[in-house]
Ligand binder design. Structure first.
Ligand code: HEC
Length: 135
């Protein structure tokens, strides 16, 4: 039995290796300090903000250290919060890509560095990215 479950584990590991080898996954990041979104993505997020958020919010409201309040949470928590609660009168009505882009915009507004990668609509990878200062 032991041997069997070991074999199953090996098969799963190998299978996962194949999957991640095929899909061009961005490198793994574990902190918002590592350039986890791109400037292009933040610009798309800004457009989402203008169209769907700006009627109620100035970006300044959520800039300049706003994310300090989210320290210790992960990027999925922020993304999920936006997706579940915003826009306030029509929560969840945007595409997942729009939520992840607007999340990137909030990171940029909090002076977190941009990089080459984009935040992906992928629960696991977003959960792996810690929100931490300095902002
Ligand atoms: C119709 C008005 C309205 C729109 C549109 C709207 N919001 Fe909000 N937003 C609110 C209100 C009201 C609150 C306060 C909610 C609360 O405290 O329960 C809020 C809170 C927030 C917060 C702060 C949460 C916190 O407590 O730290 C963020 C971030 C946010 N909104 C982002 C967005 C984004 C991103 C969009 C666009 C996708 C958006 N909002 C669209 C009204 C709106």
């Amino acid at each position: 039995m032991r041997c069997q479950s070991f074999l199953i584990a090996v098969v799963i590991l190998v299978a996962e290796g194949c999957v991640s080898g095929q899909s061009m996954h961005a490198p793994e990041y574990n902190s918002v300090q590592q350039g986890v979104y791109s400037a292009t993505q933040a610009a798309r997020g800004e457009a989402v903000w203008k169209n769907h958020c700006a009627e109620c919010h100035y970006p300044e409201e959520y800039s300049n250290g706003y994310l300090y309040a989210w320290s210790g949470e992960n990027v999925f928590d922020l993304y999920a919060y936006l997706r579940i609660t915003m826009p306030y009168l029509a929560p969840g009505t945007l595409e997942d890509e729009q939520y992840v882009d607007v999340t990137a915009f909030l990171l940029s507004q909090n002076l977190l560095p941009a990089g080459d990668a984009e935040l992906a609509v992928d629960r696991e990878s977003l959960q792996g990215i810690l929100i931490e200062g300095p902002f």
